[in-house]
Design a protein around this ligand. Structure first.
Ligand code: ADP
Ligand code: ZN
Ligand code: ZN
Length: 753
């Protein structure tokens, strides 16, 4: 008799523990760890689905009280053992339940039938076809008549000398011609005029048709700096040294070319490779370059694919038909059997963070998978995450640098700063400072292109003074306070870190101005303002609203590339990796918006955005202009970005992090307490915080979570900071044990490091 431990797929956190079931003999041969099964659940025995996480021959309970599994879910896929290990790791580190973690490591969960491709083979002489046509005409079989005429055409145009090579055509190519459908063709097949050949094929994977052959990488040679990196990384791999690598190289220094060369080496060693790139960079040049280099051995996985396409690519990877998978964070879970390397381009990107449960960061999961599979991890960025760079300094990651452009011809842009406080003094309340306004006018006259970037990240609830730019900050945490909307009104300002709160101010605490509020300007509003200020300009907008559908993103870029618009306005999306040679002006409307996000990474994000945005202008023959408009020109994230000085920014930022006990210097263990009875929950989280306060760590809270009630469940958070992450994990275990001992019911605690 076989018994299975099953985690039930219900979002209720209270059920994050396995339940044991009997495995009926009929499915004993098919069931496996990871199988998705149907089970009767609860008092009413309602059918639920869940994952098998363990199988054993001895029951943990009275065998007679166990229920039977109903069956294995039809067409469901089973994750590989190593991906289940990954799920388990995610659950322990990222504060999620196991069922969510298992779903996360399965980018494809269901088997989807392969597409049938039908080929029509004409197996009749010209005369036979003509005769059939005459009959069809006589009998007024109009559909057959039309179909036969098409086939006769194809037959006549078929100029093969080779007898065996019969005229043929794919059904897909003629099915839209009126009169042609399968029933008519089947009738002709019965008459032995044609044969219909059906075979299962992978769905079209040519969504990145390589239009222009970009300077073929195969003809390039590594320059000295690049070669040193490739040799060094491969050598350490061959010596079984699996310490991760970080390539810090300015934009255009040839990082992508380095990845390609390292991948070539890994393929020679019979290894497979996952290449992570940010979702927004996925649609353009990078993928084309990899396709150019590796052709069919390389595939992409991303969210705009249909279920069928995703399934096909998943299967190709599983069966070893491809060696390289390129994609956003979910591509980490490609079921390669022979994984040898994970490349993570633009490792600093925030899109590597999974924003819904399980809230993992792809860099951390990549590190686990690399370790688990004895693979290499290669990170790359022009503006490395503080975390990665810090760990280089600590000797945990090996740093490689590329300080020069691979092709030196492109001129660097001139970068200007506009102090928006000065503009207000001059009574200019528009979103365009006078310099940016004049430069836009100038470029429109010269018929050159302009990109305007607005920092959407910043527009989320912080409160600032329109006269002096002062932002309401938390006295404890040095992050901005967020406005909380209550019954449609702004009543409260709150710190998301320590729970500090105060009433919404009527006046600016710095200058006394009463023009104070949340910054609500979205891209759409900015577009309207552009139309008003520059009625002659043709404007394209790119943000989440205009790029929702498949291909729309490419469409906008293509239009702009073809100079069908003068101004492209947009969010983060326009900043990343697209080169337009006609763009000679880049305007950053309010650079410091993102400084005010209540997030300790705000400076880092701002610096990175400004550096990346500045790199957009003047990549052709002319040097362009970049105008950075800001309320805080003296902030290091702003002025060091203007100087493009990463090292100096890192030094200043790491000091700030150190003094505030923030990552990467300290680790933060997030303790999330959930419960339906608020009073009880409050008491329990206070009890937990008190245990933690006796430990060697910095404890904040408990405080209500940002969203503090979900589905009638209340949420409290405690933050525990320490430079020692292992210590923090051990505190999590202590709390878990303590709760078990006290038999706490109705309250769930999740830990996230
Ligand atoms: P990054 O990924 O660091 O931005 P890329 O790999 O995209 O840099 O390189 C920038 C440009 O320089 C590309 O057009 C690339 O083809 C070219 N390039 C890179 N390495 C070399 C090289 N060794 N010789 C000539 N051109 C190179
Ligand atoms: Zn605070
Ligand atoms: Zn003010």
């Amino acid at each position: 008799m076989l018994f299975a431990d099953i985690v039930v797929d219900i979002s209720a956190k209270e059920l994050d523990r396995p339940f044991q079931y009997r495995v009926p003999e009929s499915i004993e041969g098919d069931i496996d760890i990871g199988s998705r099964v149907e089970i009767p659940f609860g008092k009413g025995n309602t059918l639920k689905e869940g994952y098998v996480i363990n199988l054993s021959h001895t029951p943990s309970f009275d065998e007679n009280k166990l229920k039977d599994i109903k069956g294995i879910v039809k067409r469901s896929l089973t994750p590989e053992e190593r991906l289940l290990r990954t799920a388990n790791w995610i659950r322990n580190r990222c504060g999620s339940n196991l069922s969510d973690a298992i779903k996360a490591v399965m980018p494809v969960k269901m088997e989807i039938k392969q597409k049938d491709e039908r080929t029509i083979i004409i197996d009749a002489s010209k005369e036979e076809l003509e005769e059939a046509l005459n009959t069809a005409v006589k009998r007024h079989y109009t559909a057959q008549e039309k179909c036969l005429r098409t086939l006769i055409d194809i037959n006549n145009n078929h100029a093969s000398e080779n007898e065996k090579n019969l005229p043929h055509i794919k059904y897909d190519e003629i099915k839209n011609i009126s009169g042609i459908d399968m029933s008519v063709l089947r009738a002709l097949e019965k008459k032995k005029l044609i044969r219909i050949d059906t075979k299962s094929v992978f769905r079209d994977s040519s969504s990145y048709i390589i239009e222009e052959k970009i300077n073929s990488e195969s003809e390039l040679v590594l320059n000295e700096g690049q070669k040193k990196i490739v040799d060094d990384i491969i050598e350490s791999y061959d010596n079984k040294d699996l310490k991760p690598h970080l390539i810090h190289g300015i934009t255009g220094s040839g990082k992508t070319f380095v990845y390609i060369k390292i991948i070539e080496e890994m393929l020679k060693r019979g290894k497979q490779v996952i290449v992570l790139i940010p979702e927004i960079a996925l649609t353009y040049q990078t993928v084309k370059r990899f396709k150019n280099a590796f052709g069919d051995r390389c595939e992409t996985l991303h969210s705009k694919l249909s279920h069928g396409e995703r399934y096909d690519r998943y299967i190709k990877a599983k069966n070893g038909l491809v060696d390289i998978m390129i994609g956003p964070r979910s591509a980490l879970f490609t079921p390669f059997e022979n994984l040898g390397m994970i490349v993570m381009d633009e490792e600093h990107e925030t899109s590597y963070r999974n924003d819904y449960p399980p809230k993992y960061h792809a860099r951390h999961v990549a590190e686990f998978i690399a370790h688990d599979t004895k693979s290499l991890l290669v990170l790359g960025s022009a503006t490395p995450s503080l975390e990665a760079y810090y760990r280089c300094k600590q000797g945990q990651i090996k740093l490689h640098e590329l300080k020069e452009r691979a092709v030196p011809e492109a001129k660097l842009p001139r970068v200007h700063i506009t102090d928006l406080r000065e503009e207000l003094k001059k009574n200019n309340r528009s979103i365009f400072g006078s310099l940016l306004y004049n430069l836009i006018k100038d470029r429109l006259r010269k018929k050159e292109q302009i990109m305007l970037f607005i920092n959407r990240r910043g527009y989320s609830g912080f409160v600032s003074c329109r006269s002096c730019g002062a932002v309401e900050e938390c006295p404890n945490c040095s992050v901005s306070l967020k406005a909380h909307v209550d019954e449609g009104k702004l009543r409260l300002l709150k710190c998301h870190y320590c729970g500090f709160e105060k009433a919404f101010p009527r006046k600016c605490s710095v200058c006394g101005s009463n023009i104070i509020g949340t910054f609500g300007t979205g891209t759409q509003k900015v577009e309207e303002m552009i139309h008003k200020a520059f009625p002659e300009a043709r404007v394209l907008r790119m943000d989440r609203d205009t790029t929702g559908t498949k291909g729309s993103h490419d469409e906008i870029l293509k239009k702009f590339g073809a100079h069908e618009a003068d101004i492209l306005v947009g969010t983060q999306m326009i900043v990343k990796g697209h080169d337009f040679s006609h763009v000679t002006l880049m305007g950053i409307l309010a650079a410091d918006m993102s400084l005010n996000v209540s997030d300790y990474e705000a400076y880092e994000r701002t610096f990175e955005l400004l550096v990346q945005a500045s790199g957009r202008a003047g990549r052709g023959d002319e040097a362009g202009d970049v105008v950075i408009q800001t309320y805080q020109p003296e902030n290091p994230a702003v002025f060091l970005a203007v100087k493009n000085d990463y090292e100096a920014f890192y030094e200043s930022e790491i000091v700030r992090r150190k003094s505030l006990h923030y990552p990467p210097v300290s680790h933060i263990l997030e303790v999330l307490c959930l419960g339906k009875d608020e009073a009880e929950l409050k008491e329990e989280s206070k009890y937990i915080a008190d245990i933690l306060k006796k430990k060697e760590a910095h404890v904040l809270g408990p405080t209500q979570d940002v969203v503090y009630k979900v589905n009638n469940t209340y949420r409290y958070k405690i933050y525990v900071k320490s430079p020692n992450d292992k210590l923090l994990m051990s505190y999590a275990d202590i709390i878990r044990e303590d709760m078990k001992k006290r038999m706490v019911k109705g309250i769930i605690v999740q830990f996230k490091l």
